[in-house]
Ligand binder design. Structure first.
Ligand code: CTP
Length: 432
């Protein structure tokens, strides 16, 4: 829900501009207040009249409009928004943003703001894959600008490839995800400024921690996962230069430096956040996702009464690891799962590797005497379809570092090219 969220929607000039009207409606349906800004080229694709009829407000177009400057200047325009969304974001506007130019109202607003910005790029495939645009996109990502899309598909210009604007509902999901992540909705998106390393140019998703499945507003079903191993992996990946997204259930560990950390509560929220983070080069599922949720959580606190203990029927949660491994459109190149076991470690882990169709599985003994659950040390066996390696007992930080290095070696040894930033990959292949 986007109740009381103020969104400034900047529409630049591209054929995808017509989708901005649908996006406006979808945002309004969820309770958002949308204010519109058209670039000069944007106004050639949709009229200010249709845009303002939808938003119920004046649509801003001109940097030098005296009445605008009197009523609401460009500084105020951005300040009044909780989030600025640019859809479509053209190659031209992205280039202006990356260079810090401010020659018109849109670029001035974008330069004069510290409000989080989300771009939905849309352009011809050759423009998107051109090294100039890729350089600008990488610069904007380093500056803390978030992206949704572009997607791969048939384009209005008759070509096929990455460059098509994300669908309005996917943009809405990215916006909801942003607000869910940033609580009050005014926290800036994290700026990731890392030294280059062997994973520079790779995007990796990590899940961590437990999930909480609500019973009623005050009670929940949970497990003992501390999130320490997943956080250590995410930290180590970022240190090797990876663009790292960490999706974590409720834990008390602070965000690792240089990692985009998304906090969720339930398995369903974790699954949704993972889907929104795609495409990625690799996914490492270290979360202890609850297998079940309460089928019908109560909206009021369940009271004790004479009829005795309430029955709490369960429903099965989505298996995030399996859905990533079997994703037909966006399967990460490498999918790594964990098998937390209390007995028959290797046998159960191999069964999981097969059942979940992931590429690697990390087996760890979580039996009560092992001290792994909540502790600082871990002892793992890295299992692939043809190999099995038992690692010595190490700290979770050391395991994170060794695993991140193993990922870098894997991509390097297999000469797998990095995912083009922001694009969606159609198919994938497994690993050694
Ligand atoms: N996992 C997941 N989504 C779920 C359940 C598990 O993504 N709903 C992932 C975990 O993050 C881990 C792997 O699947 O990488 C194995 O989790 P585990 O709990 O050991 O296995 P389960 O599939 O839940 O099987 P079981 O509980 O029967 O051992």
């Amino acid at each position: 829900m986007l109740q009381n969220k103020h969104i400034l929607l900047i529409v630049a000039g591209g054929i995808a501009a017509y989708k901005a009207l649908d996006l406006t409606r979808r945002l309004q349906e969820r309770g958002a207040q949308v204010r519109g800004l058209l670039t000069k080229a944007g106004a050639r694709f949709i009229t200010p009249l249709s845009f303002s009829a939808l938003t119920g407000e004046k649509v801003h177009e001109d940097l030098f409009s005296l009445s605008d400057e009197a009523e609401m200047g460009h500084i105020e325009l951005s300040r009044a928004a909780d989030l600025i969304v640019v859809a479509p974001a053209t190659a031209d506007l992205m280039a202006k943003m990356a260079a810090g130019l401010a020659g018109d109202l849109a670029s001035t607003v974008l330069l004069a703001t510290d409000t989080p910005v989300l771009l939905a790029p849309a352009m011809n495939v050759r423009m998107w894959t051109h090294s100039a645009t890729q350089r600008n996109a990488a610069q904007l990502a380093r500056d803390g600008i978030a992206f949704v899309g572009p997607e791969e598909g048939d384009m209005a210009c008759g070509e096929f490839g990455p460059g098509r604007m994300a669908e309005p509902l996917d943009i809405v999901a990215a916006i909801e995800n942003h607000f869910q992540n940033s609580g009050a909705g005014i926290a800036p998106l994290p700026s990731i400024d890392k030294a280059p390393g062997p994973l520079t140019g790779r995007r990796v998703l990590v899940t961590a921690g437990p999930t909480y499945e609500p019973i009623d507003p005050v009670r929940y079903l949970a497990n003992r996962s501390s999130g320490k191993q997943g956080f250590a992996i995410a930290r180590a990946l970022a240190e090797l230069g990876a663009d790292t997204v960490l999706i974590s259930g409720p834990v008390t560990i602070p965000d690792p430096p240089g990692v985009q950390t998304v906090r969720v509560e339930t398995a369903a929220e974790m699954a949704q956040a993972c889907a929104a983070a795609l495409p990625v080069d690799a996914a490492i599922c270290a979360a202890a996702v609850a297998d079940w949720r309460i089928a019908k959580p109560q909206s009021e606190k369940i009271k004790k009464n004479a009829t005795g203990a309430p029955a709490l029927p369960l429903a099965e949660n989505i298996d995030i690891l399996k859905s990533l491994s079997t994703d037909k459109k966006n399967r990460p190149l490498l999918v790594v799962g964990f098998a937390a076991e209390t007995e028959n470690l290797e046998t159960h882990a191999r069964e999981k590797l097969k059942a979940k169709t992931c590429d690697w599985i990390i087996a760890n003994d979580v039996s009560p005497g092992s001290g792994v659950m909540g502790g600082d040390n871990n002892e793992i066996t890295l299992i692939t379809p043809d190999t099995q390696e038992q690692w010595p007992r190490m700290t979770k930080l050391e395991i994170g570092a060794a695993l991140a290095q193993r990922l870098a070696d894997h991509f390097n040894a297999n000469k797998i090219t990095a995912l083009p930033l922001g694009s969606k990959r159609g198919s994938s292949h497994g690993s050694n």
